[in-house]
Design a protein around this ligand. Structure first.
Ligand SMILES: NC(=O)c1ccc[n+]([C@@H]2O[C@H](COP(=O)([O-])OP(=O)(O)OC[C@H]3O[C@@H](n4cnc5c(N)ncnc54)[C@H](OP(=O)(O)O)[C@@H]3O)[C@@H](O)[C@H]2O)c1
Length: 320
């Protein structure tokens, strides 16, 4: 991996104890200043991290911290990303995922900060697959609706420099906080004698959290503005994905069983094929977006480092 850059750059990350934030924060060059907003205590500390205890669901608090710190870029990772929870808690999800975005946009316009917004493949209905940036969203679950509504707020602001990063299903382990991405639950299932459950009929192009964090860092200082898809090149059903991951851990892939979505209470609709075309990202970003095999290697290597008390290596996004 490349050495840390020398360029000074200030970024602000909301939801700092979250899954994706952990990758962004721990890989940012040590020469950068990071303003981190979280409701929770961040378990580790670096000299270039400035912690702000605040609720990322509070638009006034978040807007005020952006105005006060005036960063070069804002990466608001905070969101209610649990698709089923969004479906059953729609007001809360709309406040967090959409209305807070309006406050972030306003503060970015006033400070001139670049916004790197974390959107989702769930803005599409999944009837076709291999979606490109210009394809028309048509969300079928409330989570996708809140994110698409946030995208529209961003796109409607002419004085904002912004990237809307539509992110595919993310593979990885938490590097900083105590998030519970699907791989954590997969390892928990593996530790029992029972089956490892995975939903069938959901085709995705998963991206590993290490490469995703690097791509978001790169976008924070990149000239590009507009929509960009961040995903891996492998198009795979979730059952086959979990089987492949279990196989790579040395486990028996036959333990992975499809779970009938109808049997899961309050499960929101999932689009069938959310594969993302990433030609644009591959053209403009230096950061590679590898497939499942290399991505799994990257996340396990970083997780092993974290477990031994070491930070993942810093990443030089755009070069010095
Ligand atoms: N994970 C994926 O597979 C995936 C895929 C596509 C897009 N995305 C998007 O990528 C971004 C990051 O996802 P993630 O998986 O890292 O999310 P996450 O770990 O589930 O949550 C991120 C953070 O959001 C804040 N948050 C969540 N619920 C909240 C609530 N009710 N009130 C206040 N704060 C709340 C928390 O921040 P603090 O606890 O630090 O305050 C939390 O750590 C999100 O915008 C998500 O929509 C994720």
């Amino acid at each position: 991996m490349t050495a840390p850059g020398k360029k000074s750059h200030t970024i602000l990350v909301t939801g700092a104890a979250g899954f994706v934030a952990g990758s962004v924060i721990t890989q940012a060059p040590r020469e950068w200043t990071l303003h981190l907003i979280s409701r929770r205590q961040i378990p580790r500390q670096q000299p270039n991290w400035v912690l702000h205890r605040a609720d990322s669901a509070d638009p006034d608090a978040i807007g005020a911290i952006i105005l006060q710190t005036s960063p070069d870029a804002v990466i608001p990772t905070a969101a209610i990303a649990n698709i089923d929870y969004c479906e059953t808690h729609q007001d809360e999800a709309f406040r967090m995922n959409t209305e807070v975005t309006r406050a972030v946009v306003d503060a970015c316009v006033r400070t001139g900060a670049k916004l790197v917004f974390c959107s989702t493949d769930n803005v599409f209905d999944g009837r076709r697959g291999w979606y490109r940036e210009g394809d028309v969203p048509n969300p079928i679950n409330y989570y996708g609706f809140t994110k698409h509504a946030a995208e529209k707020i961003i796109a409607a602001e002419p004085h904002l420099k912004a990237v809307i990063a539509r992110i595919a299903l993310v593979m990885g382990m938490p590097l900083l906080g105590s998030a519970r991405p699907f791989m954590v639950r997969m390892f928990e299932d593996l530790a029992t004698n029972g089956p490892v459950w995975a939903p069938p009929g959901e085709v995705r192009t998963p991206v590993d959290v290490i490469s995703l964090g690097r791509a978001l860092l790169e976008l924070s200082e990149h000239d590009y503005a507009g929509i960009i898809h961040l995903a891996g090149p492998d198009r795979i059903d979730r059952v086959d994905l979990v089987r492949a991951l279990v196989h790579r851990t040395g486990g028996n892939p036959d333990r992975v069983q499809p779970i009938d979505a109808e049997t899961i209470p309050n499960r929101a609709l999932r689009p069938p094929d959310l594969s993302l075309d990433t030609s644009l990202a591959r053209k403009i970003l230096r950061t590679p977006l590898p497939g499942i095999s290399e991505g799994f290697h990257l996340v396990m290597e970083a997780w092993e480092r974290v477990k031994t008390g070491a930070e993942p290596e810093a990443y030089l996004p755009c070069g010095s």
